[in-house]
Design a protein around this ligand. Structure first.
Ligand SMILES: Nc1nc2c(c(=O)[nH]1)N[C@H]1C(S)=C(S)[C@@H](COP(=O)(O)O)O[C@H]1N2
Ligand SMILES: [Mo]
Length: 387
């Protein structure tokens, strides 16, 4: 029996503590993300997020102190939908691909499954995550599988004037546009060169099982270079158009408004939210006696390094767990914090990507001069008390 197993048994044997709750979350066969130290205790944050408001109460948002597996079990994966989950009869479902294409056609699920299969391990984050105090857990990592989008697009052939590809979901709802109430479907658009990225897949499988309805069955787009919003669920139609698509989720909502400076000028900009951004978060503090440890995750870019500042002091380099890594997945990190002075402390983390880009500080203009809540990837500070 290895050390991890005996640690888990010890935790289970202790009964009644928060650590037992954590141990019980381990699904058999999943790698342990934060190998527990024997006798380790969770030190609660002094600033836990408030409970989410009603529409998000069942969204399964990640509770950071409970994070213990690099792959998020599907049953614990967060869910966001803007309309009601649509009812789809899988037997009658088809994916239509049309518009400005050479050979429009439809695909059954069986036809898509017969095409090449590709797996992408991806940390999906809602672009609204960290935009509200209660919203810190709109994130999860899964192994998604499906057919490369480029293969499906290759079957139909884009026409020369296909400027954008619109991905339509089956979900719809009432929208008011310029004083008129109308029914609209969820949709997001992408430029062909973005859509043709070889890592985009039309996904029918999540963590080795059929994609659940809540996560977009029978088929969803997984676009791992992008925030959650681009990952259209309940996909029914891909349409090539020769203009720009300006629906709610491209051009009205999911638009970051900020003041940008350049050439000695400062001006307000409105930009559609899209590509993922570098981010990190301190998940939890644990201790064995006075051996404290800060543990967290970093994502949104290939992570070179994570640094932690305690009480606003100098940055210390955390250890990044390279045993659990994938191009589009979060990296887990920890910093040992031995014998800290008893009392209240702050803990802040920042991620640095392979190009040397640093996760923005809270006073960095990219986040500080932004008035909308999307893309809130500034460095987070948490509070904790050591005994
Ligand atoms: N059709 C459709 N796709 C959608 C949405 C939606 O409301 N409808 N929500 C988007 C948003 S905002 C996010 S964050 C992700 C969440 O994916 P998940 O529910 O599988 O976690 O789905 C995206 N895809
Ligand atoms: Mo989202």
């Amino acid at each position: 029996m290895n050390e991890l197993h005996s640690t888990r048994r010890e935790l289970l044997a202790r009964g009644g503590s928060a650590a037992v709750g954590l141990a019980l979350l381990h699904a058999p066969g999943l790698a342990l993300a934060f190998p527990a130290r024997a006798g380790e205790e969770l030190v609660p944050w002094l600033d836990p997020p408030p409970e989410p408001p009603p529409p998000f109460a069942n969204s399964n948002l990640l509770r950071w102190p409970e994070l213990d597996s690099w792959i998020t079990p599907t049953a614990k994966f967060f869910r966001i939908e803007h309309y009601k989950v649509p009812e789809i009869d899988p037997a009658r479902w088809r994916l239509e691909v049309g518009g400005r294409v050479r050979k429009p056609r439809s695909f059954t699920l069986a036809q898509l499954k017969a095409m090449p299969r590709k797996e992408v391990t991806f940390t999906l984050e809602c672009s609204g995550n960290r935009g509200f105090p209660w919203f810190t857990g709109g994130i999860g990592t899964a192994r998604f599988a499906g057919v490369p989008l480029a293969n499906v697009l290759g079957e139909v052939g884009l026409a020369d004037d296909g400027r954008e590809l619109v991905f339509w979901g089956a979900d719809r709802g009432q929208e008011e546009v310029r004083g008129t109430t109308m029914e609209q479907s969820f949709a997001r658009a992408m430029a062909p060169e973005d859509a043709l990225h070889p890592d985009n897949i039309l996904c029918y499988e999540m963590n080795g099982r059929p994609l659940p309805v809540a996560h977009g069955a029978p088929l969803r787009l997984i676009a791992p270079n992008w925030y959650g919003i681009a990952n259209v669920k309940w996909l029914v139609r891909i349409e090539a158009i020769n203009t720009r698509y300006m629906g709610r989720f491209m051009a009205r909502d999911y638009v970051s408004v900020r003041k940008e400076r350049g050439n000695g000028e400062s001006r307000w900009t409105e930009k559609s939210v899209g590509r993922r951004r570098i981010n990190s978060y301190p998940a939890k503090v644990t201790r064995v006696g006075r051996a404290y440890r800060i543990q967290g995750a970093a994502w949104g870019a290939p992570i070179a390094k994570v640094e932690v500042s305690i009480d606003g002091g100098p940055w210390s380099e955390a250890s990044v767990d390279r045993s659990q890594q994938a191009t589009y997945a979060w990296s887990f990190w920890h910093l040992d914090w031995n014998d800290p002075p008893p009392g209240e402390h702050t803990v802040r983390s920042r991620a640095i990507d392979r190009q040397g880009n640093v996760q923005p500080a809270p006073d960095d203009a990219i986040v500080a001069d932004k008035i909308t809540y999307w893309e809130s990837n500034g460095q987070a500070t948490r509070r904790v008390r050591t005994g």
